[in-house]
Design a protein around this ligand. Structure first.
Ligand code: ACM
Ligand code: ZN
Length: 511
């Protein structure tokens, strides 16, 4: 009888054959070529497998003797699998992971772990385990290049240790993009050396929803670098988000001179959308933002840079002499055009630094900045309009991608922001809107799950909201459309709950 293979996300092709391969005290890891890039993967996994099995897992390079080995190699002949694909072959004699590039070998290793019993995830010696896996050939590659998860650390802060744990989870399920929402009305979370009050003042609030308890937290630039390094080892690109022109109350509390009214303000203590936003008529606002971006940009090697752009009320701009004078001088029709002017200036700046601007779909209002990439969250209309105008798009609609929504009936769940997003609905998500022609559909780079933390006061609760829905999203963005089947997914998912437990993640257990 065939063993069930429970890999998530579902690989493109799985061919099982008779027989099995078993780890024992002389199994080695052999790096055939590209020693420099493959060695960290080999070392990391050898170290974990030593812990869990107690076997020595000697490392070898280009060995002639390849029996009883886990063999890692790059192979140009597999170019058809694209940049991130891999081939994993298990025979009675050996395991071979081949890929056209290093990241593919990394993903092949994630799949290999999922072939072993869940106990392989433990961080301690497991005695009496049967480390056998059935013989199989897997060929795999992702459907989309942007496979994202977002985390809002503004409403509730997440320490570096948790961010790393979150990155581990993303990598295990072959997600490659971490959208780090670093600034909010309720907290500015990244050190900016030129404007120290952003964190001295802006990272703290006096209470949260009337609890009379001060709250705060931020990352130093050294900590950010450490997380970026860690993400790179896990083949994850971080997209930082510095919000503008709205959701800026924490920054404006620190530097009220960049608002329309001059303040004073206090860092948000309740949730919602606030009228006080950056003044778009004041040149000093742009100087401030460019200074901030100039410190943030070098910390993040990825191409994309998120500037928010969502939920910016125009109340202050309508009454501000500076904003109105800008509207007149630049012959802008209204405040939406003023927002577009704002985003276009920032887009030019980011482009001059080699970055591509990403913004929430409100950046379409008043005219899209050239080169901007749109995150379509208020439904699909923004994504469709942007793709039709030849702009790249990431789909992250509230209906299927908002992991702050309830995952079951509200009366049986901890308080959430609202909505209803059970895992089967995440699973049913189709990121490419049917109205797009094939050429336009190419602009859909992928999708992501968003984790807004208003009602997630601690990281255990973040884990609860993310697991298991993240696994459904991973299959949406990785697996071939024709491979997707919720019943089949649910069976495979059952095997992953133990893995979450062994790795120390909280999750919503099936009821
Ligand atoms: C958003 O959820 N305000 C992008
Ligand atoms: Zn103004």
């Amino acid at each position: 009888m065939e063993n069930t293979i429970s890999i998530i996300p579902k690989p493109n092709s799985i061919v099982q054959i008779e027989g099995s391969f078993t780890l024992n005290d002389s199994t080695r890891i052999v790096i055939v070529n590209n020693l420099k890039t493959l060695k960290p993967i080999a070392e990391h996994n050898a170290s974990h497998l030593r812990t869990v099995t107690g076997y020595p897992f000697e490392l070898a390079t280009s060995s002639k003797k390849k029996d009883n080995s886990i063999i890692l190699m790059l192979d140009d002949k597999l170019k058809r699998l694209g940049k991130e694909g891999y081939q994993l072959t298990v025979t009675q004699k050996s395991v071979t992971i081949k890929a056209p590039s290093t990241v593919g070998v990394f993903y092949g290793m994630q799949s290999l772990y999922q072939l072993f019993p869940p106990e392989v995830e433990k961080n301690e010696r497991v005695v009496d385990a049967d480390w056998s896996i059935s013989c199989v050939t897997i060929e795999d590659k992702p459907r989309f290049p942007w496979r994202g998860m977002h985390l809002d650390v503004g409403r509730h802060f997440a320490p570096v240790e948790f961010v790393k744990k979150y990155i581990n989870l993303l990598a295990s399920y072959k997600m490659n993009t971490f959208h780090w929402h670093l600034t909010e009305d309720q907290g500015w979370r990244i050190e900016i050396k030129k404007y120290p009050k952003l964190t001295e003042v802006g990272s703290k609030r006096k209470e949260t929803m009337g609890d009379s308890t001060p709250y705060g937290g931020f990352y130093t630039q050294e900590e950010i670098k450490e997380v970026v390094r860690y993400a790179k080892e896990h083949f994850i690109t971080i997209v930082p988000e510095i919000e503008m022109p709205g959701h800026a109350l924490a920054a404006l509390t620190a530097y009220p001179e960049f608002s329309c009214t001059g303040g004073p303000f206090e860092v948000g203590t309740t949730w919602g959308v606030f009228d006080d936003v950056y003044c778009a008529g004041n040149e000093n606002t742009f100087k401030f933002l460019k200074d901030v971006l100039s410190e943030v940009i070098p910390l993040f090697p990825g191409k994309f840079f998120h500037i928010g752009g969502d939920e910016c009320p125009k109340e202050r701009w309508k009454k501000c002499p500076k904003c109105q004078s800008r509207i007149k001088k630049n012959k802008l029709k209204n405040e939406h055009r003023l927002q577009s002017y704002f985003v276009q200036r920032i887009e030019r700046f980011l482009r001059s630094k080699g970055k591509r601007l990403v913004g929430w779909d409100e950046i379409l209002e008043g005219g899209l900045a050239p080169g901007a990439t749109v995150m379509s969250w208020r439904g699909t209309a923004g994504g469709i309009a942007a793709a039709k105008a030849n702009h790249d798009v990431i789909m992250t609609t509230t209906s299927h991608c908002y992991f702050d929504y309830y995952q079951a009936k509200p009366d049986s769940e901890p308080k959430a922001i609202g909505g209803f997003l059970p895992i089967e609905k995440v699973y049913a998500y189709e990121p490419v809107p049917a109205v797009l022609k094939p050429k336009q559909a190419k602009h859909i780079l992928g999708a992501q799950g968003n984790v807004w933390t208003e009602y997630m006061p601690n990281t255990k609760h973040v884990e609860y909201m993310v697991l298991p829905r993240l696994l459904a999203m991973s299959e949406v963005v990785w697996s071939a459309k024709k491979q997707r089947n919720f019943e089949d997914f649910s069976k495979r998912l059952n095997e992953h709950y133990k893995r979450f437990t062994y790795r120390g993640y909280n999750f919503r257990a099936p009821k």
